[in-house]
Design a protein around this ligand. Sequence first.
Ligand code: HEC
Length: 174
Amino acid sequence: MRMIKPICLFMLSAVLVHSFSAYAESVGGTAPKLDSLKDLMQELNEIGGGDKGTQSLLTRNTDPDSVARGAKLYSANCVQCHGEGGIGAPNWHRRDASGNYPPPPLNGSAHTWHHPKAQLLEMIRNGGVVMPAFSSQLDDTEIEDIIHWFQSLWPDELYQAWARQNEAYNRNVD
Ligand code: HEC
């Protein structure tokens, strides 16, 4: 049971955000607004009973060396698809002609902050449908440097919401 809650919350938020962007597309073709996503995440935290006990763990990783290494590694390996500053492809939430999703933003304006660190590492190590695997080019420290870099672009509240979910996920998979 203990594992179920955070996983459900992640899935629920993914589903809600998905219907949200479908709705946004139907009314005006715009991506979901950050404010609404933040509200949504806050609501989900409340549904989950909040996690007051972990407040002290919510320190952003601001190791400037890691972030600087990550920025360089991002330019060498990821920028050609995910764009300068991690802005993603313009129509990232719509399938292209071949039925695949274009590279999403990593800068906090899309779903990336719904994934715990373990899932982000997995995705970058093993790749996705279109995205190549990087496990033969980048070691885990380098991948974490890149994650720290794109997380440095996220607004504080978004990062805090991510950190709470990440803590809950880690507590339950241990
Ligand atoms: C060839 C283009 C390409 C390259 C290069 C690439 N990606 Fe991706 N990435 C994608 C696509 C497309 C997706 C969506 C999933 C899929 O279809 O593979 C994605 C998904 C992701 C996701 C999941 C985002 C989410 O919100 O779910 C992360 C994280 C990510 N990429 C990080 C990286 C990092 C870090 C690098 C560089 C080390 C990188 N990508 C290089 C195309 C690319």
